[in-house]
Write a protein that binds this ligand. Structure first.
Ligand SMILES: [Zn+2]
Ligand SMILES: [Zn+2]
Length: 176
């Protein structure tokens, strides 16, 4: 009996700790977003922060209407246009990206786009997780090919869909 109680208390403590860590990580990401806005002389309004927090706390990516729903559950009722405007500002500041294939958004986890070049997005079809991989040479090649075809490209980002390591390992262990 005493043993069970100890175990319950421990696991409760651990989950509270995990939640605390996730919260601290979110604070950190929000803080970095705030700095990114300041560097571009843009205003990190309360609404922008709220929208960003919803995107940043999502594993994978989230659509505009899901953001609306989550905010309204928390008591902030907004018109879709307000959310879209915030999303535009967040994209402009470079703190979120749009996943074209899913028409959804995810928080940027890399902070050296300028140094390492533009990334391609590797999006997991199972869990929705997105990894950004520096791939400037691919963009350079596209620009070169476009030039040889006398074409003006408008490529901002590139996406590759597939399966992340965690989902691949999960699928592998299921087959055992
Ligand atoms: Zn990024
Ligand atoms: Zn995955």
């Amino acid at each position: 009996m005493a043993k069970t109680m100890t175990r319950t208390a421990k696991s409760k403590g651990e989950s509270a700790k995990a939640e605390g860590e996730a919260g601290a990580m979110l604070d950190d990401i929000v803080q970095r977003a705030k700095v990114a806005f300041e560097e571009r002389s843009l205003r990190f309004t309360q609404l922008r922060e709220q929208v960003f927090s919803e995107i940043a706390s999502t594993r994978g990516s989230i659509g505009a209407y899901e953001i609306l729903d989550r905010l309204s559950e928390k008591g902030t009722r907004l018109a879709p246009i307000s959310v879209y405007r915030s999303i535009d500002a967040l994209i402009e500041a470079g703190v979120i990206h749009r996943l074209e294939s899913k028409n959804s958004y995810f928080a940027c986890r890399r902070h050296e786009h300028g140094r390492k070049g533009r990334p391609i997005f590797m999006a997991c079809e199972q869990c929705g997780g997105v990894v950004e991989v520096p791939a400037q040479s691919i963009f350079d090649q596209v620009a070169e090919l476009a030039k040889s075809a006398d074409f003006t490209p408008k490529v901002k980002f590139m996406e590759v869909s597939g399966t992340c390591a965690a989902c691949r390992d999960k699928a592998g262990s299921k087959g055992d």
